[in-house]
Design a protein around this ligand. Sequence first.
Ligand SMILES: NC(=O)c1ccc[n+]([C@@H]2O[C@H](COP(=O)([O-])OP(=O)(O)OC[C@H]3O[C@@H](n4cnc5c(N)ncnc54)[C@H](O)[C@@H]3O)[C@@H](O)[C@H]2O)c1
Length: 254
Amino acid sequence: MNDLFSLQGKRILITGSAQGIGFLLANGLAKYGAQIIVNDITQERAEAAANKLTQAGYTAKAVAFNVTSKADIDKAVSKIEQDFGPIDVLINNAGIQRRHPFTEFPEQEWNDVIAVNQTAVFLVSQAVTRHMMERKAGKVINICSMQSELGRDTITPYAASKGAVKMLTRGMCVELARYNIQVNGIAPGYFKTEMTKALVDDQAFTDWLCKRTPAARWGDPEELIGAAVFLSSKASDFVNGHLLFVDGGMLVAV
Ligand SMILES: NC(=O)c1ccc[n+]([C@@H]2O[C@H](COP(=O)([O-])OP(=O)(O)OC[C@H]3O[C@@H](n4cnc5c(N)ncnc54)[C@H](O)[C@@H]3O)[C@@H](O)[C@H]2O)c1
């Protein structure tokens, strides 16, 4: 049983993991033996997070790059593979959200959301899976959202990007399965992080969320760890192209 879920010696790159869900996943996966490569947009933020992990006794390195820059990604991924060793698991977690009514949504902000949430998943995955293909082994986990399936007002570009990542997950699965690479997604419900701060502070939203979710509460980011351990470990070697909802039952409730 332990072997099935062990991440001992596995190297896991998590984009945008200086805070929030990414950092909690880094901490949770490290507990199962994974060596974590913390990515975020600045070296300072990535290093601060990696230091917290090493101080807790885990193995972690910081590698900053902007997930929207192909040149930076390619350079960083080559450096990780050369200096630290093969990336066994990639978690595409970096994400942003912008809120405006649809007809007033500035084009630049649409572009920003699509660049970080969607194009970056394509670019980082391309760079990493090229190496995984050579080794005929690897796993990619794309952090999706309820908005991969459901619409919600004021965040249509976010929903568009997360819907696209669901289909990226399926397309990558179909092309990469023959190289023994599994590509799956995790779709979190609502979790209290910096991204959802405005919603956390809005009691009317919490009331709506509790009514709409069978579990009748916010998720605790720690509750995402089990899904990430499963999809990073050999327990999921024949699970491919799947989107695992961790949402307290929200998706299936009317
Ligand atoms: N919080 C939720 O309820 C929730 C629900 C569903 C999905 N998600 C998804 O989970 C992921 C993490 O969200 P979170 O709530 O922890 O958000 P967060 O804002 O707390 O963290 C996002 C991280 O991504 C980093 N980042 C942003 N742009 C980057 C870039 N260009 N390059 C590198 N790093 C960058 C940020 O610096 C930050 O550390 C996102 O993909 C988000 O869409 C969150």
